[in-house]
Design a protein around this ligand. Structure first.
Ligand SMILES: [Zn+2]
Length: 319
């Protein structure tokens, strides 16, 4: 009898894995540093290691499946198309290699897409059939659920919602293109604008919220905003407006019932959500779109792992 599901998450810093029962209750977890500079085979070895630890004491016959999420672009075979912080994985099918190693059904997907599935099954998207999940942190990613199903496109590359162009000649995004939402509202982009304004002589307490003598980060801006710093509030409002504009584009195309915002920048809470909601309210083409719910995502740092678990459960029930 199948009793367990393994979810894994390959990130630039950590590789993590979790074992749950068929209801998503966590029973074991493991993590290890990615050490991406050591190359694809070393990374694969560590993926096997954490999956092995998370499944310790179980029999392969008891495992329903394994799924792994990774930063996009990633196809359904789990081949990574040159993400900047995990080079050299293009030729490797994570899905095939994990299946060969553990001899159980294996699945793979973009971590943003899996995050949306995780919200749908276990998080703040339960009971909804049309959902957008957006995570705003070091980058901006997400996933789209349309009519109860993940929208993945022809090969699995769809829903890169952080890479929609909002400003024709705007700041250069991590992907190299100008004016993407990620370059206007991610944590590092908020920090970059804060540094520019401070260098230009703006008066602000943002500098007092640096951590460990480091440079100003998105979190420094959020912390200063919470204490009423005017410049920090202005920068957060600016980022929230761009997020709102990006959501307006998505709302017109997809008509979601609910939008969930997660990631480090979303920790600013109402300071961010108020402007996002107001922008959507002001900028949609018709009042018919105004009812969309815009709420905080759930599941915290486990969203990718729970999403991977959700992918196994979804694929297994449709098989
Ligand atoms: Zn981009």
């Amino acid at each position: 009898m199948k009793r367990w599901v393994i979810g894994a998450d390959l990130g630039g810093t950590l590789i993590r894995a979790m074992r749950t029962d068929l209801d998503g209750r966590m029973l074991a977890r493991a993590e290890v540093h990615t050490q991406a500079q050591q190359g694809p085979e070393a990374i694969l070895g560590r993926i096997f290691e954490v999956i092995g630890q998370a499944s310790e004491g179980t029999d392969p016959g008891e495992v329903l499946g394994i799924a792994i999420g990774a930063p996009g672009p990633v196809d359904e075979q789990g081949r990574l198309f040159d993400p900047p912080n995990l080079p050299g994985l293009r030729e490797v099918s994570l899905r095939e290699r994990i299946r060969d190693r553990f001899q159980v059904p294996t699945f793979a997907g973009n971590d943003g897409n899996l995050g949306a599935l995780g919200q749908l099954r276990f998080g703040a998207g339960q009971g909804v059939k049309h959902l957008i999940y957006m995570t705003i942190g070091t980058g901006i990613g997400g996933g789209i659920i349309s009519n109860g199903e993940l929208l993945i496109g022809a090969r699995g590359f769809a829903a890169e919602i952080g890479h929609q162009t909002l400003v024709q000649d705007g700041p250069i995004c991590g992907c190299g293109q100008p004016g993407h939402l990620e370059a206007l509202a991610s944590g590092p982009s908020i920090a970059r604008r804060a540094r520019e304004r401070l260098a230009a002589g703006a008066s602000s307490t943002i500098g007092q919220y640096r951590e460990g003598g480091n440079d100003v980060t998105g979190k420094s801006v959020t912390d200063a905003a919470r204490h009423g710093d005017k410049l920090a509030l202005e920068l957060l409002r600016e980022a929230a407006t761009y997020i709102g504009l990006g959501l307006v584009n998505l709302i017109h195309i997809l008509e979601p019932q609910r939008i969930l915002l997660g990631g480090g920048v979303s920790q600013a809470g109402e300071l961010l959500f108020e402007t996002v909601r107001q922008t959507v309210h002001d900028r949609v083409m018709s009042p018919v779109y105004k009812g969309v719910e815009i709420q905080p995502a759930a599941l915290g740092a486990d969203v990718g792992l729970m999403g991977a678990v959700a992918l196994v459960l979804e694929q297994s029930s449709s098989a």
